[in-house]
Design a protein around this ligand. Structure first.
Ligand code: SF4
Length: 294
């Protein structure tokens, strides 16, 4: 047997063993190290942390972006270390390729008729910000102003979000901001009132969102509000219980749920809790989080 065939046999045997473990309910392999950089999946986890079995089974030699399967409900990531995370190389796409793919996707979204929201939109709100961003914020859907301007988070809640972003030490356009759905949902009997997107509307729009995230491949995400947090984690709990604890999006991107800025406009006393959540994000991204709430 040639060395190449022998290596192939060993790999197949190891994979069969891991598949058997997965079938028998084993979810983590203690002591297995994540694949070495620059594989994107390794970058957010401390070397000693257990690796999800699904990730251990994933191919690492072909340099492709990992697949985006729905995450297990409620998967919780270990708290971020106090020390800044080591810088990790970006994923395989160049900035130019990233922009090209997002531009193609934005055109698809602009002509989308997959759900009834297309019939009442003025403009789709695809995203705003920097496609090379290491940090991505996710809301639930566009409101009146976003529908008019064709960008997410440009109304009063967006202005507060911009202040939060600046307080974290980023420029407004250093981060990337998008919603779970791209067209505005509003109450059928009162077009002036926004509403949450329905599960059907979110499911129809989800392929766009997943493709956006696959291209962006950020180091961390922040889910703004319960609808986005539940949609991205699969958890059923409300935002009061979900916020403040790291989760994993698609089993690999650290995601911090926190309150929506629109809620903060109504309940400003909650700003301290949001700031605590954002400080955890800053720590994970290696930013100075020692400053007080700004
Ligand atoms: Fe298409 Fe999403 Fe708009 Fe529905 S919300 S029409 S799925 S782009």
């Amino acid at each position: 047997m040639t060395p190449r065939r022998e290596l192939h046999s060993l790999v197949m045997a190891a994979r069969a063993h891991l598949d058997a473990l997965a079938d028998s309910g084993v979810e983590h392999l203690p002591g297995v190290l994540p694949p070495p950089a620059p594989v994107a999946a390794s970058r957010a986890r401390a070397p000693s942390a257990p690796v999800p079995l699904a990730e251990a089974l994933a191919p690492v030699a072909n340099n492709r972006a990992p697949s985006f399967e729905p995450p297990p409900p409620g998967e919780v990531l270990a708290p971020s270390p106090r020390a800044p995370a080591a810088p990790v190389p970006r994923a395989v796409l160049s900035g130019e390729e990233r922009r090209k793919r997002l531009s193609v996707l934005a055109e698809e979204v602009a002509s989308c008729t997959r759900c009834p929201l297309h019939a009442t939109r003025t403009k789709t709100a695809f995203a705003r910000g920097n496609p090379d961003a290491e940090l991505v914020f996710v809301g639930e859907g566009p409101g009146t102003e976003e529908d008019r301007q064709g960008e997410p988070f440009v109304g009063p809640a967006g202005q507060l979000l911009d202040k939060m972003i600046v307080a974290m030490g980023f420029g407004r356009d250093d981060v990337y901001i998008l919603n779970v759905v791209k067209c505005r949902p509003f109450e059928p009997d009162d077009a002036t009132k926004d509403r949450k997107p329905t599960p059907e509307e979110m499911a129809a729009c989800r392929p766009f969102f997943d493709r956006q995230l696959e291209v962006l491949d950020p180091k961390a995400m922040v889910a703004l509000g319960g609808t986005a947090a539940q949609a991205l984690t699969g958890a059923a709990a409300g935002i009061t219980r979900l916020r403040g604890t790291w989760r994993l999006f698609k089993g690999r991107i650290p995601l911090m749920p926190t309150f929506h800025p629109a809620y903060l406009l109504r309940s400003p006393e909650k700003k301290r809790e949001v700031w605590d959540d954002l400080k955890q994000v800053m720590q994970r991204l290696g930013k100075d989080s020692s400053t007080k709430e700004r």
